[in-house]
Design a protein around this ligand. Structure first.
Ligand SMILES: C[S@@+](CC[C@H](N)C(=O)[O-])C[C@H]1O[C@@H](n2cnc3c(N)ncnc32)[C@H](O)[C@@H]1O
Length: 216
């Protein structure tokens, strides 16, 4: 068995366990009262979507962004949710059914292997890309699939700059995560593949919103 497979299987196992209560527990993530909903809204606004647009939600989980995306693209638009974990997608499918949405397709795939539809107007990933070792490839593949002017937005947690370890600990903790600095890899990949990149630090530097568009 390859090392990649092992990592993937471990992730799937972890999120299978989390899926059932994810919507509830994510409200406490990374700490109770964290302005997650406001951050999601800000990320969707950064995509500058219009009615009828097509948008991909990478590592969509249980679909917590879907209502915001539905509002942005309307019933004539199209949403594609991609995730690795069957159980998370199962909850997303339930959400779609409960809301009567008919324009959302779910795809079970590793984000790295996902073949983006061509001429996508927007790509979003929230609180997920730091789990993906090859996030640079995901960003580059997505950027290549964007229509001219189409936008990519990534929202994720980060450790505050110059924060003492004890302060960073509640925000995803683990020394490995802090040492790896996955947000830096996201930034480099977005700078390399997109134009007019904006980088906004949120909630005292514990999260970032990066957004850019495909140039001419
Ligand atoms: C913390 S959850 C975030 C879910 C959702 N984006 C949200 O904002 O609530 C992380 C999600 O990333 C998914 N994931 C992790 N690695 C992935 C990969 N390589 N490809 C696709 N999905 C992945 C997990 O299955 C999980 O649903």
């Amino acid at each position: 068995m390859s090392r990649v497979d092992t990592t993937q299987e471990r992730l799937i196992r972890t999120y299978r366990k989390k899926a059932r209560h994810y919507d509830l527990t994510s409200r406490l993530y990374p700490v109770p009262g964290y302005p997650q909903r406001a951050q999601r809204s800000q990320a969707v606004r950064a995509l500058d979507l219009h009615p009828g647009d097509t948008v991909v939600d990478v590592a969509c989980g249980t679909g917590l962004n879907f209502s915001l995306l539905e509002r942005a693209v309307g019933p004539r638009g199209r949403i594609v949710g991609v995730d690795l974990t069957d159980a998370m997608l199962g909850r997303a499918a339930q959400r779609i059914e409960e809301n009567g949405w008919t324009n959302i397709d779910l795809v079970q795939s590793d984000a790295v292997d996902f073949v983006f539809p061509t001429e996508v107007d927007g790509i979003l990933s929230t609180y997920a890309l730091s789990h993906v070792a090859a996030c640079g490839d995901v960003i580059a593949n997505g950027a290549a699939a964007l229509s001219r002017g189409g936008r990519w937005a990534v929202l994720d947690l980060k450790a505050p700059d110059n924060a003492p370890r004890w302060l960073a600990r509640p925000f995803g903790s683990i020394d490995e995560w802090i040492a790896r600095r996955p947000w830096a890899a996201v930034r480099v990949a977005m700078e390399e593949t997109l134009g007019d990149l904006s980088w906004t630090e949120l909630a005292f530097g514990t999260a970032f919103l990066a957004a850019g568009s495909r140039g001419a």
